[in-house]
Design a protein around this ligand. Sequence first.
Ligand code: TRP
Length: 369
Amino acid sequence: MVKEVWIDPWSSDLPKNYTKTIKDFGLERFNVNDFPDPNMLMRRGFVICGRDLKLISKCIKEKKPFYVLTGIMPTAEKLHFGTKSVIDQVIYFQKKGAKTFVLIADLEAAATRGLSLREARRRALDVHLPCYIALGLDPKKTEFYFQSENDSVRNLSFVLSNKASLNEYRAIYGNPEPSRIMSSVLQVSDILHPQIKEPMPGIIPVGIDQDPHIRLSRDIAKRAKEFKFFPPSSINHKFVPDLSGSFKMSKSEGNSLFLLDSNEEIKRKISKALTGGQKTLEEQKKKGGDPDKDMIFELFKQHLITDDNELEKRIKDYKEGKILDSENKKYAIELLQKYMEDFRKKYDEAKKISKELSVSHFKSSLNLL
Ligand code: TRP
């Protein structure tokens, strides 16, 4: 396999040429008409492709059982606003009747990032889980687990470890370190374990960088004949630039919004965001701005303006020079501050739930390293 077409799930070199990626990896284009009541990201072109999507759309339409599953490494101390996009997808399928699984990839974080299991648990319970719930995930209808505590997932990973060769890991990941191999076998097991008792289709919303895991899961699912697994479906959303327009995740700290950002932080970050405006006020009024190069419109489209008509009108007005960057930014700040205020309340509530979960749902913290 040639270097350009590798997708490395642990790197931040994000593939931006989607048409090529879709073709090279045999992905399927997302068709919004296949999914009832599509959410904003689906309607507005952020969801672009996936695997075996028709299977899931059939389950929704025929009310057949299926599941949705996502996992997160609890490395970050605060969650990127973009996390909302993944959870929005999970929520969509949860509302459409999917059994829902959310896992904390603490073993993967230990293996690939050197984070202790104890610290991973703290971050997950303080930040990640409450944020997920505050974003709208229904905790009563969601099964949460830590990789380190799920015996069936871990056992399954040993059973499945002989279903792929080192050469395949090499073809998929380039240089497969033992920590990466262990993490990916475990991730395959995360993805397939809901089917141990009863095989059913499942959908995994992921950034396109995680597609290697999906391909491996699908291959292994087909080979593990004893389980009769459905190869998992996936749904991929686009990568989005930070507020400066850059795709380099490592450099975007100061230019990215985070859930729970304060009013001042919001104001500061939005004020210096990249816009599609002209150099001077006169020029902008005459020629109009370009919403496609504007990071404020990115936010409006993905998160802040839910009404399609309102969005369309704003885009039109911006293109015609009727709306200036300063007005746009002012509106974004207003909407974001309101969103965050509401989010913070939900987060405080959700923290209580996450505390209860930590007692009732998860085993004691015995054996935590
Ligand atoms: N590898 C994912 C990450 O880097 C976390 C993860 C573990 C995951 N198991 C999963 C994601 C299963 C989706 C499905 O964050």
